[in-house]
Design a protein around this ligand. Structure first.
Ligand code: ADP
Ligand code: MG
Ligand code: MG
Length: 251
């Protein structure tokens, strides 16, 4: 599904190397988690994969379903099936949430040679998905994320994901700022999308999210590299002992 080899990334503006050789292979149907201390490069990895500007890939490759994505525009990556739920969801004043979702869905359908979804079908789809995430119809009418609480923004990210049905879903600290109930809603939303044909990369600081979204593989990232890979027990080890022991061991 997602194949990253020897990925090295620096900032465009500064001579600062952030990713120092990342190797990662996410299979279809699997959930991979990336944990790691603050500043280790987790968000940078998700930004570079989704095509955010400001970063320069100096070495390595990244492909989605066998297609090189690093030369694609962000919207081409989305059409190819990549989705990123942001750590800090962006507010878009003046753009209605519903209009945003419908435009995103239709541009993706267009890129895939499919017809636009009808108004009636879209309404039906969005109502059902929003209901599952306990998103009020009123929130669908407001501008994207404007005035939403932290938890509402995160649920709105999952709504986008549920509507677009991407192949490869990257969630960057979707659990941060969520209370227990919101975390359950978000996790249920993610779990409902788990599927043989879909891969997940769940970036998180804390093990607690992984009690709800059970990962198949857990990676530890530190200083721009994946330094350890294991099963779900690795997340429990972090929960119990912090990153110190693991980082000392690999050092
Ligand atoms: P994480 O998500 O693991 O907390 P980040 O990917 O956000 O880590 O950041 C990795 C490192 O790169 C940090 O040291 C951060 O300060 C630095 N960094 C990322 N983006 C920028 C930027 N645009 N300008 C300056 N430093 C940056
Ligand atoms: Mg961080
Ligand atoms: Mg981050």
């Amino acid at each position: 599904m997602l194949d990253i080899k020897g990925l090295k990334v620096k900032l465009e503006e500064e001579d600062k190397q952030i990713l120092k050789g990342v190797d990662l292979h996410v299979e279809a149907g699997k959930v991979h988690a990336i944990m790691g201390p603050n500043g280790s490069g987790k968000s940078t990895l998700s930004y570079v994969l989704s095509g955010r500007e400001g970063y320069e890939v100096t070495e390595g490759s990244a492909s989605l379903l066998g297609e090189d994505i690093l030369d694609m525009e962000p919207e081409e990556r989305a059409a190819a099936g990549l989705f990123l739920a942001f750590q800090y969801p962006v507010e878009i004043p003046g753009v209605g949430n519903m209009t945003f979702l419908r435009t995103a869905l239709n541009s993706q359908r267009k890129a895939r040679g499919q017809e636009e979804i009808s108004s009636a079908d879209f309404l039906k789809l969005i109502r059902e998905k929003a209901k599952n995430l306990q998103i009020e119809p009123e929130m669908l009418k407001r501008a994207v994320n404007v005035g939403f609480s932290g938890g509402e923004k995160k649920r709105n990210e999952i709504l986008q994901m549920a509507v677009l049905e991407p192949k490869m879903c990257i969630l960057d600290e979707t659990d941060s700022g969520l209370d227990v109930d919101a975390m359950k809603l978000v996790s249920d939303g993610v779990n409902a999308l788990r599927d043989e044909g879909r891969g997940f990369l769940v970036i998180t600081h804390y093990q607690r999210l992984l009690n709800h979204i059970k990962p198949d593989v857990v990676h530890i990232m530190s200083d721009g590299r994946i330094v350890k890979t294991g099963g779900p027990e690795l997340a429990l080890e972090v929960e119990e002992n912090g990153y110190g022991d693991i980082l000392n061991e690999v050092a």
